[in-house]
Design a protein around this ligand. Structure first.
Ligand SMILES: C[S@@+](CC[C@H](N)C(=O)[O-])C[C@H]1O[C@@H](n2cnc3c(N)ncnc32)[C@H](O)[C@@H]1O
Length: 421
């Protein structure tokens, strides 16, 4: 029997706002997901819903969302629903682990002000590009100039080398490296404006696509067959898509993007308080962001190890359950900072996934909530089970193994906390 919706899917009539989210009562999916919620120790935390984002990956690339393939990005309609549920037009929305800026784009489209933070220069560059409107004609003219001024460049002709990569030749064919240098040189003849920022993000997108690393999963594995050798064409294609999205963004928005470690108190202007905070942090034992973005960091002169030092300790694939305590401590700090930044009575939503190690479910989400409860007054208002339809599920099936065996979570949880009045 199909799950009965508890609310009408919204925005079906507004394609530019992306696919609908179907919300169902969790008991309608209990036969499949009940055991997972019990293992996660979340079944007693409050009213629980199950959300599924409709539409293909392509359909979820509306506005500027498809500008860069940021592994670990959440489906944008989730942000849209949370922002609509917990804030009003003109309100201030915060995302302290903002990644590629999905929350910022959704806040902008919904007429909310937004502050995004992250520790990765790649994430910050992409988030700025995705949330800054540009004039389409000016951007197309700049792109034409970049193409016209482009010629491949050896390291002697243009001294740009990827930094912090152990073996750059492993990841880049010599002609791709020359093309990336040539593009970088040409891009930097443009004035430092939002248009250059946008084209720079398209350049960042072309790096992984033209590398010899797999494009199907975040972790870096050699997959030489998928490397594209037409770097300039790839860059132009990505740029055109970026220009189309960014030239249609609202021009009256207020979104800022800053480097900040979310374990430290969130830097808000004097007296400013958020109306709603949404954090989607790294998951325990899933992705190490400075590693999966190391090719883009390397070509922009940032050593991945320098980013690593500020990252939440997610213990990427080390596989030791005892490390979960350190992750939970870091995340306790992040969630406390979110609660401190939100206005009295405001909501903080945390979207997170558990993991399985050595066949055992590690309920980090529940542990974080319990630790925060010891230090802060707050209510758990709702737990949402987010059921993925595409990327993660298809990756698991492509490995011909179950999520349990691979140690990846197939569902994640959105826990909505309410600060006291
Ligand atoms: C799951 S991703 C967020 C993806 C984002 N929601 C999006 O749609 O693109 C987690 C992000 O947390 C960032 N991060 C890791 N440690 C951090 C820290 N200490 N402070 C702030 N951000 C951090 C990572 O760089 C990564 O971009």
């Amino acid at each position: 029997m199909p799950a009965p919706p508890v609310s009408k899917p919204s925005h079906l009539s507004l394609p530019e706002r992306g696919p609908a989210v179907t919300r169902a009562r969790v008991d309608s999916v209990a036969s499949t997901y009940g055991p997972q919620l019990r293992d996660a120790e979340l079944d007693d935390l409050g009213p629980t819903e199950a959300w599924t984002v409709e539409g293909s990956n392509r359909a979820n690339g509306y506005a500027t969302h498809g500008l860069f393939r940021y592994f670990g990005k959440y489906p944008p309609p989730i942000g849209r629903e949370l922002i609509q549920d917990h804030s009003a037009p003109g309100d201030l929305v915060l995302d302290p682990t903002g990644g590629s800026g999905t929350t910022g784009v959704e806040a902008l489209l919904a007429g909310r002000r937004c502050r995004l933070f992250d520790v990765s220069p790649t994430a910050l560059a992409v988030a700025r590009a995705k949330t800054t409107p540009v004039c389409g004609d000016a951007a197309r003219e700049a792109l034409a100039q970049v193409v016209e001024r482009y010629t491949p460049a050896t390291a002697t002709e243009y001294p740009l080398e990827p930094v912090g990569l152990r073996n750059p030749d492993h990841w880049f064919l010599p002609e791709t490296a020359d093309s990336l240098r040539g593009l970088h040189r040409s891009l930097h003849t443009l004035d430092d404006t939002p248009v250059r920022q946008l084209l720079h993000a398209a350049y960042l997108g072309a790096i992984r696509r033209c590398s010899r690393a797999t494009t199907q999963q975040g972790r870096l594995f050699l997959d030489a067959d998928t490397a594209r050798t037409d770097t300039l064409d790839t860059f132009v294609r990505f740029s055109n898509r970026a220009i189309k999205g960014a030239s249609a963004l609202p021009t009256n928005g207020d979104v800022t993007v800053c480097a900040h470690d979310a374990r430290q108190p969130l830097p808000l202007a004097n007296g400013e308080q958020a109306d709603f905070v949404f954090t989607h942090p790294p998951y325990f034992n899933a992705y190490k962001y400075s590693r999966i973005n190391s090719l883009e960091l390397a070509w922009t002169g940032v050593k991945p190890a320098d980013v690593r030092r500020s990252e939440i300790r997610e213990y990427f694939k080390i596989g030791k359950p005892e490390n979960a305590a350190k992750y939970v401590n870091d995340m306790q700090g992040v969630v406390e900072n979110c609660l401190d930044a939100v206005r009295p009575g405001g909501a903080v939503a945390v979207m997170i996934g558990d993991t399985r190690l050595q066949g055992t479910h590690i309920p980090v989400t529940r542990r974080i909530i319990d630790q925060v409860r010891e230090t802060r007054r707050m209510e758990v208002e709702k737990v949402v089970l987010r059921i993925p339809r595409h990327t993660e599920a298809s990756w698991v099936s492509s490995q011909r193994r179950t999520a349990d065996k691979l140690g990846v979570p197939l569902c994640d949880y959105i826990v909505v906390l309410r600060a006291p009045q």
